[in-house]
Write a protein that binds this ligand. Sequence first.
Ligand code: HEC
Length: 148
Amino acid sequence: MKFLFLILTTIFFLENNFASDKLYLPFIVDLNKLEAMKSNELQKGSIDVGKNIFKSRAVNCLSCHEAPIPEERFHGNFGPSLIGIGSKYKKAEIRIRVIDAKLINPETIMPSYFKIQKYPRTPEKFFDKTILKAEEVEHIVEYLYSLK
Ligand code: HEC
């Protein structure tokens, strides 16, 4: 009986872990360390491209965060200032916050920018769609990491 219980909990554990891993591929999320790695197939991002994506009104990071971009007029303050964020966190810690800030704080108002949504009621056309592409996440990670 005990043995059966052990097998069932192991299967449950493996399935759950596997499922959550898949939602973030090609990123590898470590929920113990609260870090996310990029897989080798993804190239290193570019700071300049990252800055442009960051300040674009399509993605709207600036609607909630202050950043050292004085030429942009409006900076929000719903979220913490990102000035100096590159000294506060490693790249892997920045990356997990950009792909899915809800992994750190389930109550956060920050959108999950790279999470594959597969809830039963998600319309089919949004399957496998994320707000940012994996490459765009990498550009943003490099940009934020450069803010020392
Ligand atoms: C709707 C508001 C909102 C938007 C839009 C938003 N964020 Fe956030 N962000 C937050 C909040 C609030 C937090 C604080 C985390 C929490 O709620 O626990 C946060 C936290 C962060 C952190 C961690 C900061 C720290 O000091 O721990 C990073 C990095 C970050 N956001 C990056 C981004 C990037 C990059 C974008 C755009 C792609 C973005 N955010 C868009 C609200 C937002």
